[in-house]
Ligand binder design. Structure first.
Ligand code: C5P
Length: 278
């Protein structure tokens, strides 16, 4: 049995560049993994089977874990199946990449269990076929992602920063948020490499072009952001397509039964190891 940690991610900035003819949006985003995550138990078996600690999550073929096992067999030609138990801690519909991280972790673990048939960079390029955010997880944990998100440039770890993740009960669907993007409302002129370089030099500007469309879909999210800013945080930003926020600075989220709050740290991995919860 192999037990593996599957981290969540946040987007420190996310710029929408344009809408593409295939319906996807071209973006430029700085992704960072955090030490909030799920654990997955893997066994080789004669057929695939997925169970989950959260009975509300689908464990059928729509789950990205099973999409990943199918993809791995298709690419490598191996016949084995994989039994997976998913212990879920990352909230869903949050923009935290929980499902994408699970898929990446499954590809990595399947490959370990059958004797490393594929390289990490092969796994990374295959992963883009089943989801735009999955290739990122094969980076160091800090990466500049472009295209649909699947073009990944791994970076050196940022200075460890502790932050709060705050997730309201309401969730958001990624396609719905992208559908509401209006290019006239996205952040002002953007020179991607200079934005990245300034960020890496320490002139940190946190922004997310998906916030406005998410606030239009669920106006209560804008109220939550204002409320969190009043709690003393310097930065409060929605991650990905929401509905979770990350909060940086000295504040503390309100205690409210409608909010789940987690104190987390940035997490990175070395090229030969998968992520480990610290
Ligand atoms: O790639 P993934 O399956 O995660 O994308 C889910 C949906 O999010 C897509 O069908 C698309 O509607 C939207 N999306 C997008 N542009 C991206 C990533 C996702 O429009 N770069």
């Amino acid at each position: 049995m192999l037990q593996v940690f599957s981290p969540a991610k946040i987007n420190l900035f996310l710029k929408i560049i344009r809408k593409r003819p295939d319906g996807y949006h071209e973006l430029a985003s700085l992704f960072q993994t955090i030490n909030l995550g799920d654990t997955l138990d893997f066994h080789l078996a004669s057929h695939d089977e997925l169970t989950c600690s959260d009975p509300s999550l689908p464990t059928d073929e729509n789950n990205l874990v099973l999409k990943a096992t199918h993809l791995y067999r298709k690419k490598t030609g191996i016949k084995a199946g994989l039994k997976v138990h998913l212990n879920k801690y990352i909230p869903s519909q949050a923009g935290l990449g929980g499902g994408s991280g699970n898929a990446a972790t499954t590809l990595w673990a399947f490959n370990e269990l059958v004797g490393k048939i594929a390289t990490d960079s092969e796994l990374q390029s295959w992963a883009g076929e089943i989801g735009s955010d999955i290739p990122f997880f094969f980076s160091s944990g800090t990466a500049y992602c472009t295209g649909r998100g699947e073009q990944v440039c791994s970076l050196d770890p940022l200075q460890t920063q502790s932050c709060w993740i705050v997730k309201p009960r309401i969730g958001l669907s990624t396609p719905e948020v992208y559908r509401r993007v209006r290019m006239t409302q996205t952040s002002i002129p953007f020179d991607d490499l200079s934005t990245l370089n300034s960020f890496l030099r320490g002139e940190r500007s946190y922004f997310n072009d998906l916030e406005q469309p998410a606030f239009e879909a669920k106006p209560e999210l804008q109220d939550l952001k204002a409320r969190l800013l009043k709690c003393g945080f310097e930065t409060v930003l929605m991650t990905g397509s929401g509905s979770a926020f990350f909060c940086l600075g000295r504040g503390r989220p309100p205690s409210d039964p409608n909010l789940s709050s987690y104190v987390v740290q940035f997490l990175n991995r070395t090229p030969t190891n998968w992520y480990k919860k610290n």
